[in-house]
Design a protein around this ligand. Structure first.
Ligand SMILES: [Mg+2]
Length: 382
């Protein structure tokens, strides 16, 4: 399908209450949604969640001239053409811009063939994924984990059988909160934690030790994202699996972390590491190290649905939870851009179905974005 136009929508909202983690209080969530328009009027969607403003500028200035007039069938060639524009920025906003365009090219190409992205890429290995709730988040006021029992109860009622709260306030408090959570949910619910880059090596090891009784599936991002040596130390000292990778973008960065035996679960984000093309390269690399891949996703309905397609393609590995990996991460906070087309809660068995509708499986009319648009642009015949 020839691409004749590109539309960019900067969308965002202020979460209420604000979302606290070990490193920051998130008061504003902004995203770039890209729509590639095909010559027959069909459209493919892509997303940037981490640096939407810089990525938006890069798409307009450097990527749009490469894409307009080209066919989505050439998505492999176009990926290499786009990467050739990167220069020094292989781990930042320019790579995120490429990620969004690659995602949209896959959506458009699969739609034009009347099949899902997973089918186009050789066929999914599964038609459902265990959903895990990303949350609850740390309270800004009062005791940081006090609301967790009530919030976990609500997540269980929504059907989640796997829950990943934010911790990282202090090792002792992490231990108390997670041991209490294990007692609350019983032995059959999977629990993980996310420390969002908040700790030193020593604090991460101590927190892991104090959370042992909670029988976590993994401890996510305890350290700064590029601290290969620190992650190696934590991975060696902790009995629990260490997870990470959402902030890594280049294939070389993933190689460095895999080679150093840092992660037992790798979490590349489609909107950071190069879209479907980038994630598949990372997944192949991870297969060589026998490390399971679970896409990180914390954005709009576009990345969530793209992640479902990507996860359907990934190698299965048993990590100790109710189902083999990969799971699918679900932002469990009030997020109107995730639930634009309906709730994304799991079914009664705790899973979410992988759509087999064309493309990434959603029909998103840009008018639905109206209440959240802060800026938009059009190039070509868009
Ligand atoms: Mg995380």
């Amino acid at each position: 399908m020839r691409v004749v136009g590109i539309r960019g929508f900067l969308v965002g909202f202020a979460p209420d209450p604000a979302l606290g983690n070990a490193s920051a209080v998130i008061r504003r969530r902004d995203f770039l949604l890209l729509q590639l328009i095909g010559e027959d009027g069909s459209a493919g969607w892509g997303e940037v969640f981490a640096s939407p403003f810089a990525a938006s500028a890069f798409v307009r200035a450097r990527l749009a001239p490469l894409i307009l007039g080209r066919s989505s069938r050439d998505l492999g060639r176009l990926y290499h053409d786009m990467v050739a524009t990167l220069g020094y920025d292989r781990r930042g906003a320019a790579m995120m811009a490429i990620s969004a365009v690659d995602m949209a090219l896959h959506d458009l190409a699969a739609r034009s063939q009347g099949m899902s992205v997973a089918q186009m890429l050789g066929g999914g290995l599964r038609d459902r994924l265990l959903a895990y709730a990303s949350g609850p988040f740390i309270a800004e006021r009062g005791a940081p984990y006090d609301a967790y029992p009530r919030e976990v109860e609500a997540l269980l009622r929504r059907g989640f059988r796997a829950i990943k709260p934010r911790v990282g306030i202090a090792p002792r408090q992490d231990g108390l909160a997670m041991r209490a959570m294990r007692r609350q949910v019983g032995p059959d619910i999977a629990l993980m934690v996310d420390i969002n880059q908040g700790y030193t090596v020593g604090a991460a090891i101590e927190s892991a030790r104090r959370m042992e009784e909670a029988e976590l599936l993994w401890i996510e991002e305890p350290l700064q994202p590029e601290d290969v040596g620190g992650y190696r130390q934590v991975a060696r000292a902790a009995r629990c699996a260490i997870a990470g990778g959402e902030a890594l973008a280049s294939l070389a960065a993933f190689r460095d972390f895999l080679q150093a035996q840092t992660f037992s679960v790798l979490q590349p984000d489609l909107t950071v590491c190069g879209g479907f093309t980038g994630l598949r390269r990372v997944a192949a690399l991870a297969d060589a190290f026998d490390v399971p891949v679970i896409p990180h996703v914390f954005g709009t309905t576009v990345n969530a649905h793209a992640a479902l397609q990507a996860a359907a393609l990934l190698t299965a590995r048993r990590g100790g939870g109710p189902m083999p990996y990969p799971f699918i991460e679900i932002d469990a906070t009030p997020n109107p851009l995730l639930t634009l087309l309906g709730p994304m809660d799991p079914r009664s068995d705790g899973t979410i179905a992988v759509p087999d509708a064309p493309g990434i499986g959603i029909d998103l009319d840009p008018q639905r974005l109206e209440p959240w648009i802060t800026d938009h642009w059009r190039l070509g015949a868009a």
